[in-house]
Design a protein around this ligand. Sequence first.
Ligand code: ACO
Length: 322
Amino acid sequence: MKARIAGVGSKIPEKIVTNNDLTKTVDTSDEWIKTRTGIAERRVSDEKTATSDLAIAAAQKALASAKISPEEIDLIIVGTTSPDYLFPSIACILQNKLGAKNAAAFDVSAACSGFNYALTVGSNFIENKTYKNVLVVGADTLTKYLDWHDRGTCILFGDGAGAVVLTAADDGSGILASWLKAEGHLGHHLIMPGGGSRDPEEKKGRFITMDGKEVFKFAVRVLEESIAEVLKKANIELKDVNLFIPHQANIRIIDHVAKKMGLPKEKVYVNLQKYGNTSAASIPLALDEALADGKIKNNDIIVLSGFGAGLTCGANVIKWRI
Ligand code: ACO
């Protein structure tokens, strides 16, 4: 028994912030941001929109595309590091608002790897036959946690949500293998120091702080490692993969790994120029767009690979059938 993706949906906020807009608050330029990251613009949620609002819209689209009713969902898992509250979880907010009255629900905290982590957990519940239908969401509004005067971070992030419905399949399709990793000793390179139980009054600030160079080094190393390891587990060769969907953080990270591994450009999906780094939403958002662009067809082999705070990394290889 495997977990097959039966439906996909995504949601982005309407407001676009361009690189030129950012030059009003920090010493940067459109050219610098495009050359060093590939990002041209990002979506930023307004103050009335919380992460769950984007997550619900994405989840409703995924349920509609899977033709599965909320009552049929057995479990909801949300990968996020910008929940509406410390508790209840976004998954429980979704369970209530979607009317998924038969579902258990919890969030997974693995930052930009959150979707791959949540997908792996969800697929295991299906493979071991505990559940039949699992809703997996990646959603973040990290722009709410940016210091808009820190040019090392505020240029990178955007908001969004993406969702998939996993359902039991025994026809050889679905998630063939998963691979997860954590390197907690590097966690200090990407951290939000304030707001947790170590600093509940947020004296240290509730802003993302990052050593970009260290995260870059980690990213290129583990992106390659995760793709190689997950394919080894699935017993699939690199050349047999039809589409790679890497975490959309920086085009230089993606290009570096693609070049090193010899991945043809047309097999690597990139949409970060429009959205920046949307954290846990980045991979399901790209998956939804790749599907809409006609880049994925039945029986294709797809690799999803993400990395992020923790530091964490995760990958899934899928034989596509929808
Ligand atoms: N505009 C103009 N100049 C800038 C900017 C900016 N926005 N930011 C930095 N600079 C300057 C620096 O001050 C430095 O100037 P100096 O040489 O005079 O000291 C110069 O540009 C080069 O700076 P670097 O930090 O070396 O730039 P780099 O090429 O490393 O790019 C970046 C920085 C884009 C942050 C890159 O390191 C990166 O993308 N790292 C990975 C980050 C990432 O992916 N994080 C998300 C992880 S996922 C998650 O879980 C949230």
